[in-house]
Structure formats: structure tokens, C-alpha cells
Design a protein around this ligand. Structure first.
Ligand SMILES: [Zn+2]
Length: 154
């Protein structure tokens, strides 16, 4: 019996990834919103991260100083804790930035402490706390964003 000729693109490797509940929900959300398979989403995310790591590696080399690194996206969609309306929020100018030297260069930690969010729907104030981490430069590394009520409910 002759088997099917193997293409270089055949997917024979397997890698199991454990997700916590929030990560699984995020994957469900991206999959149902974009209509793409979860495996494709993970492949695409890996590809994007790969490009950022490669650009960062190129940048770290002393003979390559011609690239200007684009920062990571600091916009987030946050849900109002009172009415549930989603608000777009830009953390760019609201953070304290600290930098750490790591294997692939600099990690930037953008921390925000008691930043006020005013809902575009109900006008109520919330408080936003957390951080966004960029590592390597140009790549999203991790985040924690908490939105809490700042007013008493009527
Ligand atoms: Zn609201």
C-alpha cells in the first residue's frame, strides 16, 4: 500500500496547552466572533508573537539600530460594572512605566493605579487597577485589569 505523500506542511506535531477558565472563555469568544477554529487562532497568535520576537532579536543586535519599535496596543474594551456597557479605554497616558532587563532585552511594565473610568452609557464612575506587561519589546506579555465600582448603587 502506498501512503499519501507527505507534504512539508502536514501537521504531525502535537502540543497540548492547558488553559484556565478565563483563557478558555477568551478562546471561545475569539472563535465564535471570528468564525475561526480554535487551533487556527492559536497558530495565528503564535505567528504574530514569532514576528515580534524576531524583530526584537534583530533590534538587539548592535549593527541593527535602524528599526523603530512600535509599542503594544494599550487600548482595551472594559465593561461597565453598573450597566454592562462596553467602553473603549486607552491606557497610554495613564500608566507608570518601569523597565527591567531580561534575556530578550527590556520588559516594560505599564501599571495603572486607581484610574477613573466614566461609562459612556450610564455616566457612573469606576476605578481601574492593574498592569500590562510588554516583553519582548513590541509584544504583549500579560495583563491584569480590574474594574471596580466607585459609587454607591441607588
Ligand atoms: Zn455604565
Amino acid at each position: 500500500m502506498r501512503g499519501r505523500p507527505k507534504s512539508d506542511n502536514s501537521r504531525e506535531k502535537q502540543y497540548r496547552v492547558r488553559l484556565n477558565e478565563k483563557e478558555a472563555l477568551n478562546l471561545d469568544y475569539v472563535s465564535s466572533t471570528t468564525g475561526q477554529a480554535k487551533s487556527d487562532i492559536i497558530r495565528k497568535a503564535l505567528n504574530e508573537y514569532l514576528h515580534k520576537v524576531q524583530i526584537n532579536e534583530y533590534n538587539l543586535s548592535p549593527e541593527n539600530d535602524d528599526l523603530i519599535m512600535e509599542g503594544i496596543n494599550m487600548q482595551r474594551v472594559l465593561k461597565c460594572p453598573y450597566c454592562g456597557k462596553t467602553n473603549i479605554f486607552d491606557f497610554t497616558d495613564l500608566c507608570n512605566v518601569s523597565s527591567y532587563e531580561r534575556q530578550m532585552g527590556t520588559e516594560n511594565l505599564y501599571e495603572f493605579d486607581e484610574v477613573e473610568l466614566i461609562c459612556t452609557n450610564c455616566n457612573k464612575k469606576s476605578m481601574v487597577n492593574g498592569y500590562i506587561s510588554e516583553y519582548p519589546l513590541g509584544a504583549f506579555n500579560g495583563e491584569e485589569i480590574k474594574v471596580a465600582k466607585l459609587e454607591e448603587e441607588e
